[in-house]
Design a protein around this ligand. Structure first.
Ligand SMILES: [Zn+2]
Ligand SMILES: [Zn+2]
Length: 457
């Protein structure tokens, strides 16, 4: 099968020649010589050829012009993954590409954040567009020719795809500034996987200065790839789209002693076991049926030796919810159950329940009006059958911080990156290998359309 990228690169080459002012000149060299008829013939041929190229150009979707560059960036980012808060080389490369595309760039914002400003030169709205940059502590096993060169670190969540998509989109928009009005405030965000990058960007005084200069955005936009959705498809869910993420640690205080004399102790392992069971009844018995929420005990640690009853046990929980009142209710139930179950077993003091406010990630809410507009755009572009309705996810995404912090609406949509037969390994898997070319083609086009829509006065 023909590689469409190569084909378009070839066409693009001729477009460049035509645009670079090499359009055959109609000036006939003086003085006329024997060579003149040959030269005229040659010029006529070149002129004809450039007309053909120009016609071909019109049939080539604009996205194809930036796709080879975006793919090249994608492969570079993929082979050079960096962990959260260590995105040094990644940020340099991203900054370099954005400058080359014509953006004003500020580096090292909120850590290794990269802020890019793209101004049309005409007054108009400001729109924030975010792409995240960090990779994961995963040892890659995809076997890709451009697999990770950084041992034990992998772009297993597709943030490499997000960055290269942004490079494609912003290059196109920079080349066509007559098509839109206003300012694009691009945020290359570090540390998404640890949930702290967006807050760090928002808290950086240079970001605040920039906002004061350009104005508060009217909308925040982002996309995230999806391994289960085939490349060429997209999902945009109005309303809640990602969950509140709360972290709670419980320390159960017992009374330690000999494993052979439990009657002289208060066993925190027994209290903890009962508590884990009871916590599972919060969603099923304490919340209205159909409420979407999760309580997971990911860590249960106690003891050092089989014949010693420990004096304490530790539980570490992750809690997922959407509505603020449900979030509060779950935490209250955890506190109540912990205290009462420990009391029922005669614990010397109530458990310590610590709610980590600093690591809270708010739920993401896709603004109903904007999500509706984008969905319509996507349907017109891809066909109704390629725009899916996916249920909201229980994962966390700190993209929600921009909406919360700047008090603006936001939309994040899911970009299909999987194989048509559903065989692509999931996000965070060491075998995650997206259909990068097709996903980039769709992502660049849809994000470009979304930005143009959001920038309409
Ligand atoms: Zn991830
Ligand atoms: Zn991610």
């Amino acid at each position: 099968m023909t590689d469409p990228i190569k084909t378009y690169a070839f066409v693009h080459h001729h477009i460049t020649v035509v645009r670079a002012g090499a359009t055959p000149s109609l000036q006939v060299p003086e003085p006329l010589s024997r060579k003149t008829p040959v030269m005229i013939l040659l010029l006529v041929f070149m002129l004809l050829f450039s007309v053909v190229s120009a016609q071909q150009m019109e049939t080539v979707p604009e996205v194809e012009r930036v796709l080879p560059k975006a793919l090249e960036s994608y492969r570079w980012f993929h082979s050079h993954p960096e962990l959260s808060k260590q995105e040094e080389k990644t940020s340099k490369r991203l900054a370099q590409e954005l400058r080359a595309a014509g953006l004003e760039v500020i580096e090292n914002v909120g850590g290794y954040g990269v802020i890019g400003l793209l101004k049309s030169g005409k007054r108009g709205p400001v729109v924030l567009y975010r792409a995240d940059m960090d990779a994961l502590p995963v040892t890659e096993a995809t076997g890709l020719p451009f697999a990770s060169l950084n041992k034990g670190v992998m772009h297993a969540c597709g943030h490499d795809l997000h960055m290269s998509c942004a490079i494609g989109v912003l290059t196109l928009l920079a080349q066509n500034r007559d098509d839109w009005e206003g300012t694009i405030l691009f945020v290359g965000q570090p540390a998404e996987e640890v949930g702290s990058g967006a807050e760090a960007i928002l808290a950086d005084p240079r970001f605040q200065e920039l906002l004061a200069e350009v104005g508060n955005p009217r909308l925040a936009l982002a996309l995230h790839d999806d391994a289960g959705l085939p490349a060429g498809q997209v999902a945009v869910t109005p309303g809640y789209v990602t969950a509140n993420v709360d972290s709670v640690d419980i320390t159960i205080h017992g009374k330690g002693g000999h494993g052979a004399a439990p009657d002289l102790t208060v066993d925190p392992v027994v209290i903890g076991s009962e508590l884990v069971q009871s916590l599972q009844t919060i969603v099923s018995r304490k919340l209205p049926p159909g409420t979407r929420a999760v309580v997971t005990v990911g860590v249960f640690q106690a003891g050092t030796k089989r014949n010693i009853i420990s004096s304490k046990a530790e539980l570490k929980l992750t809690i997922r919810s959407y509505e603020p009142e449900i979030r509060e209710r779950i935490v209250e139930e955890i506190e109540r159950m912990s205290a009462q179950i420990a009391a029922a077993h005669g614990a010397p003091k109530p458990p310590t329940v610590y709610h980590h406010a600093e690591s809270y990630t708010p739920a993401g809410f896709n603004d109903i009006t904007w999500a509706g507009k984008l969905r319509k755009l996507f349907q017109d572009e891809l066909g109704v059958e390629n725009v899916k309705d996916l249920p909201p996810s229980m994962v966390g995404e700190d993209f929600s911080e921009y909406s919360k912090g700047l008090k603006i609406p936001s939309v994040i949509f899911l970009l299909g990156a999987g194989a048509q037969d559903g065989s692509t390994a999931g996000l965070h898997s060491n075998k995650f290998a997206p259909q990068a070319e097709e996903a980039l083609r769709t992502g660049i086009q849809l994000m470009r359309l979304s930005l143009l829509e959001a920038l309409r006065p």
